[in-house]
Design a protein around this ligand. Structure first.
Ligand SMILES: Nc1ncnc2c1ncn2[C@@H]1O[C@H](COP(=O)(O)OP(=O)(O)OP(=O)(O)O)[C@@H](O)[C@H]1O
Ligand SMILES: [K+]
Ligand SMILES: [Mg+2]
Length: 677
């Protein structure tokens, strides 16, 4: 699928498909959704009638001209349809591939004591299925038993298998992905038609594409402009004839089409679809165009430290005893506290032991009950069967835990923790009941290039806040190193939602990423919530975007894509309206010169003849649409800068460019047209 995703929008089959679709879209019922182009279509039909039945319209001496106007108008409409069809093309192709994936699946449903083979479409929420090596997972669900490696490339395009297992944050599986080793039992969590693949198909196909609030506002403006010009042009005829000037209908229609915002009207939906498509190519699924646009308007971005700003593979790199305790004893307790801790942090402690040739009595831990790491407690460990409780965790959490039992805190604990934290490391204290043995030094590294990216975000006027469960000192060090604007340390998952609400109360739009079930409320609250595909079903459900590559730092690029979408629309609107204004100078003098040849002084552009002026303006009006398709699809060139600088830059380039381009374009076309007629 990744291959397909990367495929150019302008490849042969997609272009052929789009050409066909642009004719089908001529259907007036479809055209009506785009009022600007619909007006052009109506004009096209009128000129066609005048060409075919010239007798009725007293237009016998203008058949050639009228036929030409008809052809140019028809091509104008086709160009606009082509832009939209081309933008839709890649999504449609992707949807077809996904649909094929869907059809083939059968499910082994657990019924009573046995297993029954049923088509996946018969599965309902709550059903249990067994999936073995080589089989496809028949629906979205949660692993309730077993562990398997799963090939999710059908969805993510990423060929490396991922491990899915019961319990924890990696239990969610997606229908249409394939188990490549072992077997698992899965509880189905979605009904047919509501699965992740169904949603994906609907998204890439644009089936449920709704206009975003921004698009609606712009459409309203375009319709108003169209109406105003329609009224002007319709009343122009009678007024002119009152003073004995006879304006011809095809010329009036040409005037109207030149004046109404056909360029942006023709490209508007293509810009929106292409923006969504850019996000999809980036392997992020946006649930709506609104989400992508919200990303472009973000003021505040909330980022996790571990795994987003840093690599996140926090590894034990040192074990430091405190209170005069022996090194080996401290290390042994650190290891025992990690015996069943499957987090990267926990596993790294055991690896450290091996690497440093340290031994511990594993038998001590046997039969004990495992205390899983929780972001709320910020501790993990084991309750031994002899009654002793072994813990490791954030220094302040362990401190509190030990103090609550009446224990004392070794005086060098803080000094050691402080040293580790100022180096940007995470200190984990190790304790058994009320005695603290030492500190584990977890090392993590800030990803390269983070500072530049945060500088860019700042240039765009976006504030970044790093949220971490880590202590304030580590947080401060990493925050400084990475260059984020602000940080919140010792934060629990629910603190994120508080930060979001606070920012939103100040009228800001907030973006965040998350993957856990406890991130779900915050993901829902954020204006842009990007969930990781590796995360839980609840997180993916709550978010309005899902990153199929599960890379939380991608939120930064998503914002850039959103901004680019808004900018592209703004730039092309400016260009389009500036263009139309410039066309006055070609077409209005021509129109009056047709009626009163003495008005030659009006011919400021020195165009060949009134008729060639009208045709040239109309041809320019048509071909500017396909000329701008690449820009509409790829988005305007984009450099991070503040909104006000962007605005003035765009006005200069696209406003001024929009005024100048028609003068040059129409003049050149007129030179050719005048040779021909
Ligand atoms: N496996 C573990 N066992 C015990 N304590 C841990 C473990 N993993 C992390 N901790 C402690 O709990 C704290 C909070 O961890 P958590 O994963 O919630 O946040 P974080 O990873 O520091 O920050 P972020 O929100 O950026 O991921 C850590 O700073 C660390 O002190
Ligand atoms: K126009
Ligand atoms: Mg974490």
């Amino acid at each position: 699928m990744n291959e397909r995703r990367k495929k150019s929008m302008f490849s042969g089959p997609l272009v052929a498909q789009a050409l066909k679709a642009s004719v089908i879209k001529l259907n007036p019922a479809v055209m009506m959704k785009n009022p600007v182009m619909f007006v052009v279509e109506v004009g096209t039909v009128i000129v066609l009638l005048m060409t075919v039945f010239p007798g009725y319209f007293d237009a016998k001496d203008r058949i050639g001209f009228n036929l030409t106007v008809f052809v140019i108008l028809l091509v104008t409409v086709l160009f606009a349809n082509f832009a939209e069809a081309l933008a839709e093309g890649r999504g449609k192709a992707q949807a077809d591939t996904l649909k094929r994936t869907k059809k083939e699946i059968t499910a082994n449903k657990v019924v009573g004591g046995g297993v029954k083979t049923v088509p996946s479409t018969e599965l309902r929420k709550g059903d249990i299925v067994v999936v073995s090596q080589g089989e496809m997972i028949p629906g979205d669900g949660e692993v309730i038993e077993g562990l398997a490696s799963v090939d999710e490339s059908a969805i993510t395009g990423e060929s490396a298998p991922v491990i899915k297992e019961a319990g924890g944050d990696f239990n969610s599986v997606t229908g249409g992905t394939r188990v490549i080793s072992d077997h698992i039992k899965v509880r189905i969590t979605s009904d047919p038609g509501e699965t992740f693949i169904d949603r994906m198909i609907a998204l890439v196909e644009g089936a449920k594409r709704q206009k975003t609030p921004n698009e609606i506002a712009l459409s309203t403006l375009l319709i108003s402009l169209t109406l105003i010009f329609l009224i002007v042009v319709v009343t122009l005829g009678p007024i002119a004839s009152y003073v004995d000037i006879n304006l011809e209908i095809p010329v009036l229609i040409a005037l109207l089409v030149c004046l109404i915002p056909t360029t942006i009207g023709g490209l508007l939906s293509a810009i929106g679809i292409a923006g969504m498509d850019r996000v999809t190519q980036f392997n992020v699924l946006a649930m709506s165009g609104k989400a992508v646009e919200a990303a472009g308007d973000i003021n505040t971005m909330i980022l996790d430290k571990t795994g987003t700003i840093t690599f996140g593979n926090r590894m034990a790199s040192e074990i430091v005893p405190v209170g005069g305790i022996d090194m080996d004893e401290t290390a042994a307790w650190a290891a025992i506290s990690s015996m069943q801790d499957e987090t990267p942090e926990g596993r790294s402690v055991l690896e450290w032991m091996k690497k440093n040739g340290k031994a511990y009595d594993a038998a001590l831990g046997e039969g004990g009950s495992f205390v899983e790491f929780k972001a709320e407690t910020r501790m993990s460990g084991i309750d031994l069967k002899d009654g002793r409780k072994v813990r490791k965790g954030a220094v302040d959490a362990i401190r509190k835990w030990v103090s609550a039992q009446g224990g004392t805190i070794p005086e060098d604990l803080d000094r050691q923790a402080h040293r580790i934290a100022t180096e940007g490391g995470t200190p984990l204290a190790v304790a058994v009941d009320k005695k603290i043995y030492g500190v584990i030094y977890l090392k993590d590294t800030v990803k390269p290039g983070m500072r530049e990216r945060f500088d860019q975000l700042r240039a765009m006027g976006i504030k970044t806040i790093m949220c971490t469960g880590d202590n304030p000192l580590t947080a401060a060090t990493i925050a400084r190193e990475a260059g984020v604007d602000d940080f919140i340390a010792e934060s629990k998952p629910e603190d994120k939602i508080a930060v979001i609400r606070k920012e939103q109360a100040e009228g800001k739009l907030v973006a965040m990423t998350g993957d856990g079930t406890n991130d779900a409320p915050a993901l829902a609250q954020a204006d842009v919530g990007l969930a990781m595909n590796s995360g839980t079903a609840a997180a993916k459900e709550a978010a309005n975007m899902v990153d199929l590559d599960s890379d939380p730092s991608k939120i930064i690029e998503v914002v850039a894509i959103g901004k680019q979408l808004l900018m592209t629309r703004g730039a092309l609107t400016t260009f389009s309206i500036a263009n139309d204004i410039a066309k006055y100078f070609a077409i209005i003098p021509a129109m009056f010169m047709l009626a009163i040849p003495e008005m030659e002084v009006l011919n400021v552009m020195k165009l060949g003849s009134p008729l060639s002026a009208v045709l040239s303006a109309l041809i320019f009006n048509a071909i500017i649409i396909p000329l701008l398709i690449p820009l509409a699809m790829k988005g305007v060139a984009y450099r991070p800068m503040s909104a006000s600088r962007l605005l003035s830059r765009n006005l200069l380039i696209y406003g001024l460019g929009g005024v100048i381009a028609p003068f040059i374009g129409i003049k050149l076309i007129d030179l050719l047209v005048h040779l021909w007629i």
